[in-house]
Design a binder for this molecule. Sequence first.
Ligand code: F6R
Length: 368
Amino acid sequence: EKGGYDSFMLKEIYEQPQAVRDTMGARIDQEKKRIVLPELKMSDTELAAYDRIYIVACGTSMHAGLVGKDVIEKWTRVPVEVAVASEFRYRDPIYTDNTLMIVISQSGETADTLAALREAKKSNVKVLAITNVVGSSVAREADEVLFTWAGPEVAVASTKAYTSQVVTLYLFALYLAEVKGTLPADEIANVVEHLQAIPGKIASMLEESEASRMRDFAASIKEVGSVFFIGRSLDYAVSLEGSLKLKEISYIHSEAYPAGELKHGTLALIEDNVPVIALATQPDIFEKMVSNIVEVKARGGRILGFATEGDTELAKAVDEVIYMPSTLPMLTPILTVIPLQLLAYYASVARGLDVDKPRNLAKSVTVE
Ligand code: F6R
């Protein structure tokens, strides 16, 4: 059932090109290069009226939500707040008449996410769910559902569900941009074309030549006390996910920071040979990112940088660089996360741990 892979996690990592393709599937109008979401029951007019969005989720699904926030805000100019469900459910959220809540849950059974959904519904707030499980509690109780078509995810550490959630958020953001008229049709078509190329680019990140580099880096960090992930904007969102994945299955302590925050405290922890994974894929803040990296290097950090194909600058500032295939900066997170998943996987294997069933954790957290 692991299809020749030695763990479900590795199998699911390699299923990502297909999972992402299936999730986009019939939602792309091939001819017009626009998004169609026939499963939405609400009218376009109703959808266009939302002027505020909460995204509520836990763990990896919340990290997908952070990418969603940036793309929704960029493409539709609707303010989005991302909240951890266990916090959100006990808050007194400020809902307006035009607030939409998006809950994201692979399993559709996470207790805190479900509770947040129920709280919102009690306040007559419309809830749109992004979930991977048809017939799950979240799918049944939400007003609207967009399914991720990732197929069953068995490993405790979420991989293909995350990339499928991110892609669903891209589709939703583009659709919302069309109904709100915030992106012209040719720009939407351009993003759609880039989206269609994403599965092939994910596949290229999974090739042995790329995977072996993450395997080697993982072997080099298997005894370290701590690993740091740094990035800005979308790269920070992906850093959080890379860090969680590493902690979760390799039990190596790690932290993710917005790179500009380092000098407000964390830089004190950087000394000789501390591994730092620096994501620098976003052109608008690339120069700022490089200055942060130079500061880390000056303290002795050992830096694995992530840049976009064609860049020659980052290599001068770091010890080693992994290049992402070029795409639109807004779409890069779905590529950047792939080597980070592999890093966590190989670190776990290198330490002789049970990749699929990390200690203390359950696949579906149905209790508070
Ligand atoms: C981490 C992981 C968890 C889940 C979280 C939410 O790899 O899998 O952080 O993302 O427990 O689960 P769902 O998405 O099922 O609500």
